[in-house]
Design a protein around this ligand. Structure first.
Ligand SMILES: O=C(O)CCC(=O)C(=O)O
Ligand SMILES: [Fe+2]
Length: 298
C-alpha cells in the first residue's frame, strides 16, 4: 500500500466514522463465525448493523442473542423497534440510555403529491435562508452546529395543508404505536429544510427549551429529485436517557428515502450526517419537511 493511499484511507475514516463501522462489521462477522456460541459478539454485531442501518442483519443478530439468552430485554426491545412493533414489548430499564422507538411510513403520500412538494420547494428556492440554533430570543446561525437552509412557516403558508391534515389524522395512531403517554394533539409546527454538499446538523434534540417543551412527536418527511443525486445525509437516532439529558453512544441509522416519513418522540437525540454530492443545483439536494406535533397542555 502506498503512503498516499494510507493517507486517503485515514482521511476517509476521519470524515466518516460510518466507514470505520463497515470495517468493524467485517471483523465481528468473522468473529461470530469462529465463536458461534458467544452471545456478546452477536449483540455487538447487532449494534454495529443497527448503526449502519442494516435492519434485517441487526434483527438476525438480536434473534441469535435471544435464542441463547431469552432474558436479554434490550435485544428484544430493539428487535421489536426495527420490526415496527415496539408497542408490544417492554422498554428495557437495565441501562441509562434507552433505544429510541420510531416508525417509518414508506410512500407516505401519492407520487403526484410527492412531486408537487418537490416542485413547491424548488419554486421557493430564493426564500430558503440559513437555519438558526438556540432559544428564540437569542437564535443565531452557527454553521459548525447546523448547516442547512430553511423555508419557514410564513413562506409555507397554507401550501402544505394536505400534508398537515395527513399528519393530524395519523397522530393518535402513532401515539399508540410508539407507546408514548397519550396526549391531545395541539398545533403542528413544520418547516422545509434543504441540505447541499457538506451540509449537516450535529447531535441535538428538538424539545427542552421553554418554547419547545410541548413538542411531543417529531416527524421528518424525506424527499428529493430522482435519481438521487447525493449520498450521506443519514438520520442517526441516538439511544437517550429517560430525562433526555444526554445521548448514548449507540444509535440507529435511518437512510433518507424519497417519500418516506419518520416519526419518533421528540426527547430523543438525533443528527444528520454530512451530505455528499457533486451536483450543485438546488434541486439535487436533500430535502425534508421537518415538524413537531405539540401536545395541548392540560
Ligand atoms: O433534516 C433532518 O433529517 C432532520 C432535521 C432536524 O433534526 C431538525 O431540524 O431539528
Ligand atoms: Fe431535530
Amino acid at each position: 500500500m502506498t503512503h498516499d493511499s494510507i493517507e486517503n484511507k485515514l482521511q476517509t475514516i476521519a470524515q466518516s466514522p460510518l466507514a470505520f463501522m463497515v470495517e468493524l462489521k467485517q471483523k465481528y462477522e468473522y468473529a461470530t463465525r469462529q465463536n458461534p456460541e458467544d452471545v456478546d459478539l452477536f449483540w455487538q454485531l447487532g449494534e454495529i448493523n443497527r448503526a449502519l442501518g442494516n435492519f434485517e442483519a441487526a434483527i438476525d443478530c438480536y434473534s441469535q442473542v435471544l435464542h441463547k439468552c431469552p432474558q436479554h430485554g434490550r435485544a428484544r426491545y430493539i428487535a421489536s423497534i426495527l420490526q415496527g412493533r415496539q408497542h408490544s414489548v417492554d422498554r428495557p430499564t437495565d441501562a441509562l440510555h434507552c433505544p429510541a422507538p420510531f416508525l417509518i411510513q414508506k410512500q407516505f403520500v401519492s407520487t403526484d403529491y410527492n412531486q408537487s412538494i418537490l416542485s413547491l420547494a424548488i419554486e421557493k428556492e430564493s426564500a430558503f435562508v440559513d437555519a438558526k440554533v438556540g432559544a428564540l430570543a437569542y437564535e443565531t446561525v452557527d454553521t459548525t452546529i447546523r448547516s442547512t437552509k430553511i423555508l419557514g412557516k410564513s413562506e409555507i403558508g397554507n401550501s402544505l395543508a394536505e400534508f398537515r391534515k395527513k399528519i393530524f389524522e395519523n397522530c393518535e395512531h402513532w401515539q399508540k404505536l410508539l407507546n408514548v403517554t397519550p396526549f391531545t394533539t395541539g398545533h403542528i409546527e413544520l418547516s422545509m429544510l434543504h441540505y447541499q454538499n457538506r451540509q449537516f446538523y450535529q447531535v441535538h434534540k428538538d424539545q427542552g427549551l421553554d418554547e419547545t417543551r410541548s413538542r411531543t412527536l417529531t416527524f421528518i418527511y424525506f424527499f428529493y429529485k430522482q435519481p438521487k443525486a447525493f449520498s450521506g445525509g443519514e438520520l442517526l437516532l441516538y439511544d437517550t436517557d429517560e430525562n433526555a439529558h444526554s445521548a448514548g453512544t449507540a444509535f440507529t441509522q435511518i437512510e433518507p428515502e424519497n417519500n418516506t416519513l419518520l416519526v419518533f418522540p421528540s426527547q430523543y437525540f438525533h443528527q444528520v450526517t454530512p451530505v455528499q454530492s457533486s451536483f450543485c443545483g438546488f434541486d439535487s439536494g436533500r430535502f425534508v419537511i421537518n415538524g413537531f406535533i405539540h401536545a395541548v397542555s392540560t
